[in-house]
Design a protein around this ligand. Structure first.
Ligand SMILES: [Fe+2]
Ligand SMILES: [Fe+2]
Length: 239
């Protein structure tokens, strides 16, 4: 599959993959691109174009891995981007899924015990994902910041970070990815009649979107952030 370049028109990216809309928003880019290319928009907004291309291409193509010259940006740009994505989950995606689930529950005609179970499962999932995100914000990102700082200033890594490594972070995603699939699957396979079709579909669409965003997000963490920080780790920890 081909990938986007700085000469592509930004409108073309969105036509090719409309899920990129919230992604470009995180860069401060909003609709009304006219015929501007990625390169022009990044220039105007003072966005690192290599970083922008790495993110949109990783999002759009699960087999994409950027050429090394594209990876010259600071890992702190990735951290900043990932933080914005976490914020998007808490401020928009979670509330949106809940709003749609509540609508299905409000319209349910029977005893709706299955919907109560789904709500319970969703609640546990939200707790787990929130814990995962907190761990990234409170442990992983400060560790990345310390590694980058030590690397840039040619200093030793702060002692409190010595026992941690990017390796431990790599194994974390499978669980949260699997659970959102299970949530969808319960609704698809076991929901009993009594609900409104359109409301339930809208609820499922929101979970599908959330799942897709999460998988793409995790891929950026695993492939791009881990790869970049591991390189710096080698230099900072082993000289
Ligand atoms: Fe994350
Ligand atoms: Fe994550």
């Amino acid at each position: 599959m081909s990938h986007f370049t700085k000469d592509d028109k930004l409108a073309k990216l969105i036509h090719a993959n409309h899920f990129l809309l919230p992604v470009v928003n995180r860069f401060g880019i909003r609709l009304g691109f006219n015929d501007k290319t990625v390169g022009t928009v990044c220039n105007e907004k003072e966005i690192n174009v290599n970083f922008f291309l790495t993110i949109v291409n990783t999002y759009s193509n699960k087999d994409y891995f950027p050429e090394s010259e594209l990876l010259s940006f600071s890992p702190m740009l990735i951290v900043d981007y990932l933080r914005k994505t976490h914020q998007y989950y808490f401020e928009y995606l979670f509330p949106e899924v809940e709003r749609r689930l509540n609508r299905v529950m409000d319209g349910c005609k029977d005893s709706c015990e299955d919907l109560q179970l789904i709500k319970g499962f969703y609640g546990k999932y939200k707790e787990e994902l929130s814990k995962h995100i907190d761990e990234e914000e409170e442990t992983v990102f400060p560790y990345v910041k310390a590694i980058v700082y030590a690397y840039e200033k040619s200093l030793k890594l702060d002692n409190k970070f010595l026992s941690y490594s990017m390796k431990s972070f790599e194994q974390e995603h499978t669980n949260v990815d699997q659970k959102i699939y299970d949530l969808k699957n319960i609704v698809i396979k076991y929901l009993k009649p009594g609900y409104n079709d359109n409301d339930c579909n809208a609820f499922l669409f929101a979970i599908f979107q959330f799942e897709k965003d999460l998988l793409d997000h995790a891929r950026i963490e695993d492939k791009i952030l881990v790869a970049k920080v591991k390189e710096l780790e080698k230099i900072v920890k082993h000289g």
